[in-house]
Design a protein around this ligand. Structure first.
Ligand code: SF4
Length: 278
């Protein structure tokens, strides 16, 4: 999931790392939001309900994997408790209000999340087991000539799994309000970035990368999609990172005023006055 917060920068030293989320924020969401979040490390004015939900579901799913790793049957009850605790924590934080364009409430998100966790458990392949391999990583990023870019890639894999026939791959949880299109499944950079990182961890290319998408549709559904990435995808992602490095050097961060993310942007007030020198 791309909802995990990782410390990519220090106020004294600037941006130290890249992550899939930070590159996605710059390239697909809004360069100005990137500046507020990763360069200036401004406190968020608000948090989107979708982000709260994704983060709470992530914690619940980690609990399910921990049960599986220890050979315990994973329980829906325990996972739902984690989900509820995380949602309550976010909704009770008066300093950072939860905002939504869909009128989502704590109770509504909890009910939807509980059903999704049930679907997820039903669809778990019994012959597949989670593997305890390093999930957090810091790996170098290389340019087209094989030279290291100034900042490495930092991140955390959701899960490693081993199949009955001995293949080892990566699973990545996503929560979404609608189905991912074939185009998005083909182009999303998370698979590219995490396959790159996993190769450094395993010492070889993992056998697969799979998105495990938990859909908050009227009837909750979990879809699992194995995707491939090519050498071109890899080069394209690395070039994007190199372009972010150039922006960091130049300090050019233009607002994307028509971004899909503006409605629940955590820096809306700061953005309102950007044209006046903000
Ligand atoms: S409100 Fe929109 S344009 Fe402004 S920083 Fe946020 S995402 Fe960017």
């Amino acid at each position: 999931m791309d909802t995990k917060e990782v410390a990519l920068s220090s106020p004294a030293e600037g941006v130290d790392y890249h992550s899939y989320s930070s590159v996605h924020t710059f390239a697909d969401v809004c360069p100005l939001q990137y500046r507020f979040r990763y360069v200036e490390r401004r406190p968020r004015e608000s948090v989107a309900a979708a982000v709260v939900f994704g983060s709470a579901m992530n914690a619940a799913l980690v609990g399910i994997d921990e049960d599986l790793v220890r050979g315990r049957p994973p329980g829906l009850g325990r996972a739902a408790e984690v989900l509820r605790a995380r949602l309550e924590e976010a909704y009770s934080d008066g300093g950072v209000p939860v905002v939504s364009t869909r009128g989502e409430t704590l109770e509504g998100l909890y009910e939807k999340g509980r059903k999704l966790l049930g679907c997820y458990l039903e669809g778990l392949a019994p012959e597949e087991v989670p593997v305890e391999l390093p999930r957090r990583f810091t790996v170098p990023l290389l340019d087209g000539e094989g030279r290291a870019l100034p900042r490495p890639l930092l991140g955390e894999l959701d899960r490693w799994v081993r199949t009955a026939d001995g293949r080892v791959g990566i699973g990545d949880w996503k929560t979404a309000s609608s189905r991912w299109t074939a185009d998005r499944l083909r182009k999303d950079d998370q698979a590219t970035a995490y396959l790159w990182a996993a190769e450094w961890i395993l010492g070889r290319r993992p056998d697969f990368f799979r998105y495990e998408i938990l859909l908050k549709t009227a009837r909750p559904v979990v879809e699992r999609h194995v995707v491939e990435r090519t050498e071109r995808d890899r080069r394209r992602f690395l070039r994007k990172v190199a372009e972010v490095d150039k922006a960091l050097k130049s300090g050019v961060f233009v607002p994307n005023d028509q971004s899909f993310a503006c409605a629940t942007c955590p820096f809306r007030r700061a953005c309102e006055t950007w044209q006046d020198g903000g």
